[in-house]
Every structure is written in C-alpha cells, then in structure tokens.
Write a protein that binds this ligand. Structure first.
Ligand code: PEP
Ligand code: MG
Length: 598
C-alpha cells in the first residue's frame, strides 16, 4: 500500500459519529509501551533501592494522572475525567503493590521486571474474561502499567501531542489517557484495531466529538504512510483509503451536512419529542455510571431510563456496601431535579462476570443463573443491599427499580415481598425510606414477553431489553460473530413480542419503554413509535436524531408501517418498511445513518 495509492474501502465498527477527511498519521510506538524488561536479579543490598524506585515511579505516575485528570476536567468540563479515578485506584492497589514488592524482596528481581511480571499476570487474567467490560478494564491496566514502566525507565511516556498539522490517527490501540490528551485542533479523528463501543477510549471519543472507528483490519497500519489520505465515517463504520476526488467530495458534503445537522439537533433539545400529530414519546438516557448525567440533561432527556449497576461491582475485590449506591443515587437525584431515574438491579451472569463472585462455572451462562435469578437464588444478600439503598435514596426524588432477565411472575413477587420486609426493617431502624417504590420488569426473554398480560398485574412498568430479547428469541449468542447476521431487531417475531408487550401495558395502564440498542437507532424509530411504546431510552448522543424522527412522524403513518412490518416475511422486508418511512419523515437522519444499509 503506497502513499497516494488507489482508493480502497474497509469496513470497521463506528464507535463515535462524524466524518473526518484528511491525511493519515500512522501511530507506531517507538518503544512498545508495555514491552518486557530484561529479567534482572539484583544483589541483596540493592533490594531496598529497587523498592524505593518502584514507590517513586508510582508516586510520579499518581502525580501525572492527577495532572491529566485536572487538564481533562478543564478541557471537557464533563465527568469523563473520572476515568482517571480507576487508573489511580490501580496505582494504589494494595494487592498489586504487595505482590510486586514481595517479588523484589523474595526473588531479588529488579523493580522493572517484578512489576512487569505481576502486571502481565493481571492483564492476561482480565483479557481472557468473556465479559467485554472486564476485557476493556485490561486496557486501563495496560495504560497505567505503561506509565509506571516509563517512570521506572525515567522516560517520557509516548505522546501524541507533536502533530504538526491536522491528521487522522491510525493505531493498533489508543489508551484512554492518550485519547483524553489528543489535541482537538490537530486530531480529526482516529481509527484503531482494538476496542469496542463500550471501551473508555470510545466513550471519550464521543465526549470529545471525535469521529472514531475500531476494528480496522490488522494489516492496514503496516502499509500506511503519512502521505495517505483517509476518510473515516463514524456513522457507518467505513474507512476509505486514498479516496478518489469524487468520493472525497461526496464525504466533504456529508461532513458539512452532518456538522450543520448536529448543531441544529442541539438547538432542538428543548423541543417536545412528540409526533407531528401530538403523540408524546419520552426520550430517556442510558447510563453505566453517574458521570454522564450532564450530557443527558443537555440532550434534553426526560430522565434516566436505564442505569446499569454492573459498573458498581466491577474492578473491585468486594461488592459495594449499601452506602455507596445510596450516595450515588442521592447525588444523581439531586442533579436530575425531579426527573425519574430507573435503576436496574445487578445483571451479573451471562457474559457479565463479576470477578469477586465465587461462581460455579456454567456451560451455557447466557441460559444460566443470570440477572434476577442470580440475585434471588445465590446472592439474596446483594439484592437486599441494593434494594435498601434504593428504598432509602428514593426519599430524595423519583427513583424506580427494574429487574433484569425476568422469566416468571414469581421472580417479581418475590422481590416485592422482599421490599415489604426491608421496609419493615428500615422502619425498625428508624431510617427514612419510600413507602412506595415503583418496580418494573425488563422484558428480555420470550417467556416474559408472552406473559406480559399477567406480569402487568405485579409491576408498575415494562422496559424492553431488545439486546437480549433478540438474542433469546432468535436463539443466537449476541456476542458470537458467526451468528451476527441473525441479530435482527426488525424480525417480525421480535416486533410481535414488542407489540404484545405494548398491548398488555396499555390494557393495564402501565408504561412501556425500550432500553436496548434498538431504541438508539433511528432506523427503528418509525416502527417503535408505530408499535406504541411510551419511551425510548438510549445514550445521550443518540437522542437528537431520534427526537428529529419522532417529530417528523404522524402516528397513523407509523402505525401503518408497524402493521406492515409485523406482517412482513422477513427482517429485511420489515426494515425496508421502516427505512422508507424514515427517509420520508427525516431525510437528513436517513442519509446519515441509513444510506449504506440497503
Ligand atoms: C438489553 O438486553 O437490551 C439491555 C438493555 O440490557 P443489557 O444490554 O445490559 O443486557
Ligand atoms: Mg439485557
């Protein structure tokens, strides 16, 4: 692949929307940041010196991270700087520090080698985890490890801050801390091989509004030169190497349109998300931590439709106490000024493995003790703690609880009994609590969807977890790439289950939300509105486009599309129906997000 070669198009994963066009900056690290130091044994009299050197390197790293965190806070003015809190925790992790110091002391290894040995072990354990969240945390550890190693070597960490002109970075990976420090005047976007939409690097790219792709072909970087021109399309995932002038012009136009479009969308954040004929569809936000609340408010979210609590349990050796979530919910409630927050109880199991749990291995974890099953059968202690925190924090605002992976009514009634028992307990303890906590069920198994008429008798709301509903209905593992072609949210079977859930909710006068990824993809908005859901819950940056689509629709048109899609012979046919309506009511959105999906 020579510079200025012919046009080539590659498919990657879009993780941050936007278009970038410009020259490439192939980022090949001079020293592999985590390269192995020499296995060096030191004389006994040097042991104390090595330990002191390790402590100094940690202290320098701590100082550096705190400085970076401060810088990021000033630049972004958002909660993303909290990412460095996790990094700081790693620097001061007692077990890690003890293991390294023991290795220096007992095996008389150099500080560099002892640290490398211990940290490599940590990284390889985490990297092998089936849970994507945990694998991504291995990237954080790698990032911190590289800094400590650089300080041990008295080197400056590899930085990306000497770009002379505006470029698109192409690299094997980018650490979150490297991403945070990218100069937004110089960096147009980036394309990397590793990571996913849930990595901290991707989260940062979205906050910094930098178009970004992950999963680019592994060989691409090798042949790339600084003379090559690139286009990255963070909407569709396309990477175009050395585009023909005509292609570049098309994308320049698309970039201009996207820029105008997004700034218009931001101006629309105060508009009501209702159809042209006045049917209100609430738009709420999904959060993994409490740090994204500000972005949600700016995007005009009506509240938090899904707060995933798994993050509270990851990266730690013990489960949180009651006080920790209590304080978080209290803080969130005061920031949302009366808007509702729906907290989901721990959804561990499946691919979400909490490392400090002592679990019996399962052959089919997605069909195993996951979500509410795990809490009820194996960890009622954790369920009690979570519910007590919710009951107490509920006093400070509009807090609701929702249960993941429900498949029987008994699971809900058991939780309701527990809530009643905990209320008595809190009363005895003279603690403040809410006497009425709204309880919802996630509808993400076909069993739950088919039983919504009965379930509606025992819950206050439904929230359709379409990520899992698709997985369990289509009988495909949602993380298995070989069956990804069957991951079809528009399959008439899925639409039927959604329609059924909405009918049951309406019959029983309770509300129904969709909080899976389907809610964030404007291509499905016409169908979901037509099926009659009350609320769509998604990431902050997806809200603008979905609001635009909702406002362009007439309810009767959306309903007709939904009816036709329910009767379609395939997911493709149903999707085409939705896309056709999308093109009619929100052509700009369609152009950006759906143009390449025919
Ligand atoms: C879902 O299944 O759609 C959902 C929102 O939950 P999660 O992706 O966390 O399983
Ligand atoms: Mg789910």
């Amino acid at each position: 692949m020579d510079g200025l070669g012919r046009e080539q198009i590659f498919a990657a994963t879009p993780v941050s929307p936007g278009i970038a066009i410009g020259r490439a900056w192939p980022f090949r690290r001079s020293v592999e940041r985590n390269s192995a130091p020499e296995d060096r044994t030191v004389p006994p009299e040097a042991v104390d010196g090595e330990i002191a050197r390790f402590r100094q390197a940690r202290s320098d790293t701590r100082e550096e991270l705190t400085r970076l965190q401060q810088q990021l806070r000033e630049q972004l003015n958002s909660g993303e700087a909290e990412i460095f809190d996790a990094h700081l925790l790693i620097v001061d992790d007692h077990t890690l520090v003890n293991e390294v110091e023991n290795c220096i002391r007992n095996e008389r290894k150099s500080a560099d080698f002892a640290f490398h040995k211990v940290i490599t072990n940590y990284i390889s354990v985490l990297s092998a985890m089936p849970d994507e969240y945990l694998r991504e945390r291995a990237l954080d550890i790698r990032d911190v490890a590289a800094r400590i190693k650089a300080h041990l070597r008295h080197e400056e960490a590899d930085h990306l801050d000497h770009l002379s002109d505006r470029r698109i970075i192409v690299a094997t990976d980018l650490a979150p801390s490297e991403t945070a420090l990218l100069d937004r005047d110089k960096v147009l976007g980036f394309a990397i091989e590793s990571g996913s939409a849930t990595s901290h690097t991707a989260i940062l790219a979205r906050s910094m509004e930098l178009p970004a792709l992950t999963g680019i072909p592994p060989g691409l970087l090798d042949g790339l030169s600084a003379d090559d021109t690139l286009i990255i399309d963070g909407f569709t995932g396309k990477l175009i190497l050395n585009p023909e002038p005509r292609t570049a012009d098309t994308y320049r136009l698309k970039a201009e349109e996207a820029g105008r479009f997004y700034s218009n969308l931001r101006r629309e954040s105060m508009l009501m998300p209702e159809t042209a004929d006045g049917f209100l569809v609430q738009l709420a936000g999904n959060l993994d931590t409490d740090s994204g609340l500000k972005e949600l408010t700016q995007a005009g979210a009506c509240g938090v439709g899904l707060f995933r609590t798994e993050y509270l349990f990851l990266n730690r050796r013990t489960s949180p106490t009651e006080e920790e979530p209590f304080e978080i919910y209290k803080k969130m409630l005061s920031a949302t000024e009366g808007r509702p927050i729906v907290v989901r109880t721990l959804d561990a199991g499946g691919d979400k493995i909490v490392s400090h749990f002592d679990r019996t291995p399962e052959q089919n974890p997605f069909l195993g003790l996951r979500g509410i099953r795990l809490c009820l059968r194996e960890r009622p202690d954790l369920l009690r703690t979570q519910l007590r925190a919710l009951l107490r924090a509920g006093v400070f605002g509009n807090l609701k609880v929702m249960l993941p992976m429900v498949s029987c009514m008994a699971e809900v009634t058991e939780v309701r009994f527990l809530i009643a028992e905990l209320q008595k307990e809190l009363k005895r303890e003279k603690k403040e609590f809410v006497s009425r906590l709204s309880v919802g069920a996630m509808i993400e198994t076909p069993a739950a969807a088919l039983q919504t008429d009965r379930l509606a008798e025992v819950v206050d709301f439904f929230s359709l977890g379409t990520n899992d509903l698709v997985q369990y209905t289509m009988a495909i593992d949602r993380s298995n790439e070989r069956v990804a072609y069957l991951y079809q949210p528009s399959h008439p079977a899925i639409l039927e289950l959604i329609a059924r859930t909405v009918r049951a909710a309406r019959r029983h006068n309770i509300w129904v939300s969709v909080c899976g990824q389907m809610a964030a993809d404007p291509v499905y908005t016409p169908l979901l509105v037509g099926l009659g859901v009350h609320e769509l819950s998604m990431e902050a940056n997806a809200i603008g486009a979905v609001r635009r689509v909702v406002r362009g629709l007439y309810l009767h048109e959306a309903e007709a599309a939904a009816r036709a899609a329910l009767n379609a012979g395939s997911a493709e046919e149903a999707l085409a129906i939705s896309r056709a309506l999308l093109r009619k009511v929100a052509p700009q959105v369609a152009k950006l997000v759906a143009a390449d999906r025919d």
